[in-house]
Ligand binder design. Structure first.
Ligand code: GCV
Length: 690
């Protein structure tokens, strides 16, 4: 084709791109033909399945699809069997999931072949950190979709119902089957009669989409709102109180899923306040929920003030209790031992607790990864965790397999994602943050999926411009693929490593300035009298000899919480993966890295590389302008410019701060700092985001 024709075509495409506000998420498909659906059952869920097929059908015109419900042992939970003309499942929800898979295949140009799809986990749940006062903690996409403030806070409007229905549909389309409606720092309001009525209304909308409703409760509710003198889990009055509350909830919501509890953590009360263990605490609630089939997700995010090693605490508290929990308790463990840092090793609890159900907790909302300003695709981070080798039962004992029932006979399996959803029109703030919600669902369904495959799907579903009546898959022309799909996918796949590079490379962790919402750098931040383990110097331990937290056998011995041969591999400076070096070792500034550079130089080059990567993302994004509608293009472009400025701030702050200890020059082929350290330190309470 002649260049003039190409330019004409591109201009034509771009003019015809409709403004997208992002509200439709990845569900933008419209049918391109007629399909006749026959179904062996009848229920609200099946009605949705039929409607979705008819509205989104992009297969052969006048095709026939049969939906069959019949018991099949090869199908697990709400899995399904797909074949060109039939979807078969044990449950109505399985049929709905099969429909979404079939439509996804049509839209992304994948064949509809005979295949059985079973979910990796039984419970695939979002945790909303939403407060009944409508705020969302660490949420950057505005207020809660569930809770409102003000005089009519509890009135259920048609707009509420529409939003909840759209939310439920989005979740169902990627296999998410549960939602905790309130933050783990639970407000007593949620168990009040009026708020439970709202929960009931939400549950009614989520139900046909197979999304079960759960609540976060505070362990001390019996004394906070129940008028009891204690919340001791062994106290008969406390046991009775919880049973009565649970009974009340189930009378309103018969399929209520259960509770999540944050206990003895960050000021929340828990069984330790009464001289009891986590197991005694969790079992109290588990017993109350058991008659109704409910479960309890008990969080292992615990850490009391320490100047030893915070990373070891959860393991030390929970391992001795392995086997003491009721079978409807699942211990919910953050992916890493500290707190959702840009890179952490996996939590040593995965695979180690062999007689207890354990579920991973991922943070979809990017509390420590640039909020809704930075473009960071989290699939590679979660893939890294799920595919990490624990060696607990020999090679192949990955975190994924240790938690999904493949290795240990867990009664329940699950995976949780801290949601990034708010009332912003596009749900997540940054258009690319939708990809993280999408990824969580897809990985919860199949924990062996690759980041590449997920990114490919998401880009196709989210950015293809489909004229009415045309199947999406016909649009994946060579031009669109080469000029849009390939570069955007590459950018997404590199984006997490870029963030690690400009924030915390080589195993650095928690060097944020705490007051500015875990956003900007603050390796110096250590106010007088502050808990040591809340200050970055505790984590980086920089001195004139070197930098890094010594968790080797001669340090805090954190390495020994891992199984052999991993423990020895991490313990040895020569075999510890360099991406985690400063997590496990205090290393001399002159230490020779695999690249042949000194550690100091390597740190400098990583920060510089991170900044350069964001620069390159800007170029990629500007080049795809003609393939994206103006609205989404501009939001991403504006945010990326800020991401670049932030990356420079991170580099300038960290290199100049650590240089005071390393006393070595920043290699001269690296861009020189543009901010003075003084200025950055004085302004470290400032939020640098948009
Ligand atoms: C809900 C970190 C976050 C807190 C969060 C806590 C948790 O500390 O900064 O906002 O509180 O984790 O996971 O409980």
């Amino acid at each position: 084709m002649k260049p003039v024709v190409i330019i004409f075509l591109l201009v034509f495409i771009s003019l015809s791109l409709q403004a997208q506000d992002g509200h439709e998420l990845w569900l933008r498909n419209k049918s391109t033909g007629h399909v006749t659906v026959t179904c062996s059952g009848n229920s609200p869920t099946l009605a949705i399945a039929i409607k979705e097929l008819q509205q989104g059908w992009q297969g052969k015109d006048n095709a026939k699809v049969v939906l069959t419900i019949k018991d099949d042992k090869a199908i697990k939970y709400d899995g399904f069997k797909l074949s060109p003309g039939e979807i078969q499942a044990n449950t109505d929800l399985g049929i709905l999931y099969g429909v979404y898979e079939l439509l996804r295949r049509q839209q992304t140009g994948r064949p509809v072949e005979e295949i059985i799809c079973n979910p990796s986990y039984e419970v695939r749940i979002l945790n909303h950190w939403d407060d009944p006062d409508s705020s969302t903690m660490r949420g950057f996409a505005s207020r809660s979709i569930f809770w409102r403030k003000g005089k009519n806070a509890l009135a259920v409007t048609d707009a509420d119902k529409t939003l909840w229905q759209e939310y439920a549909r989005a979740n169902a389309s990627i296999g998410i089957n549960g939602a905790v409606l309130n933050i783990v720092n639970a407000s007593p309001l949620v168990l009040s009669e009026a708020y439970l009525e709202r929960v009931k209304a939400i549950a009614a909308i989520l139900r046909p989409y197979g999304v079960k409703t759960y609540l976060a409760v505070n362990f001390a509710f019996p004394s906070i709102i129940g008028g009891l003198k204690t919340s001791d889990p062994l106290d008969p009055g406390v046991i009775k109180w919880w049973s009565a509350r649970v009974k009340e909830i189930y009378s309103k919501i018969p399929d209520f899923g259960g509770f999540i509890v944050k206990a003895n953590s960050e000021g929340m009360q828990g069984p330790h306040d009464y001289g009891r263990t986590h197991a005694q605490g969790a079992n109290l609630l588990a017993d109350a929920l058991k008659p109704y089939g409910g479960i309890i997700m008990w969080r292992a995010f615990v850490y009391s003030p320490t100047d030893k090693d915070r990373a070891k605490q959860a393991y030390l508290e929970f391992m001795p209790l392995d086997g003491q929990f009721r079978d409807n308790v699942i211990i919910q463990v953050k992916n890493g031992p500290i707190d959702f840092q840009p890179r952490e090793p996996f939590s040593p609890l995965f695979g180690a607790m062999k007689k207890t159900s354990v579920m991973p907790e991922f943070e979809i909302m990017k509390e420590y990864l640039g909020g809704t300003v930075h473009l960071v695709f989290l699939a590679p981070m979660w893939e890294e965790c799920l595919k990490s080798e624990t060696y607990q039962e020999g090679p192949g004992s990955t975190v994924g397999r240790c938690t999904d029932g493949s290795i240990f006979p867990q009664k329940h399996t699950g995976i949780a994602g801290v949601a990034n959803v708010g009332v912003d029109t596009n749900w997540c703030g940054h258009p690319f943050d939708q990809a993280n919600w999408y990824t969580f669902g897809r990985l919860a369904w199949d924990n062996t999926l690759t980041s590449e495959k997920i990114a490919d799907e998401w880009i196709k579903l989210t950015f293809s411009q489909v004229p009415a009546g045309q199947a999406a898959s016909t649009l994946y022309t060579t031009d669109w693929t080469e000029k849009f799909l390939v570069p955007v996918k590459k950018m997404m796949l590199e984006s997490r490593e870029a963030a690690v590079n400009y924030m915390m490379p080589l195993g650095f962790h928690h060097i944020f300035s705490m007051p500015n919402t875990h956003y900007g750098p603050g390796p110096w931040w250590a106010p007088e009298g502050m808990r040591k383990d809340w200050t970055p110097p505790y984590y980086h331990q920089a001195d004139i000899n070197g930098v890094g937290f010594d968790r080797t056998r001669s340090g805090t011995d954190g390495v020994s919480q891992y199984h052999e041969p991993l423990a020895s591999q991490l313990n040895d400076l020569m075999t510890c993966p360099e991406i985690l070096l400063l997590w496990f070792h205090h290393v001399s500034w002159d230490y020779t890295m695999k690249s042949g550079r000194t550690l100091w130089d390597e740190i400098c080059y990583h920060y510089a590389a991170g900044v350069q990567q964001v620069r390159d993302f800007q170029k990629i994004w500007d080049q795809v302008e003609l393939y994206v509608d103006k609205n989404r293009f501009t939001i991403v472009q504006t945010r990326m410019r800020e991401q670049y400025r932030n990356a420079v701030i991170w580099k300038d702050a960290c290199l100049q701060y650590f240089q005071q200890f390393s006393r070595r020059p920043i290699p001269y082929d690296i861009e020189r700092p543009v901010y003075n350290l003084d200025y950055l330190m004085k302004n470290s309470d400032r939020y640098y985001g948009l």
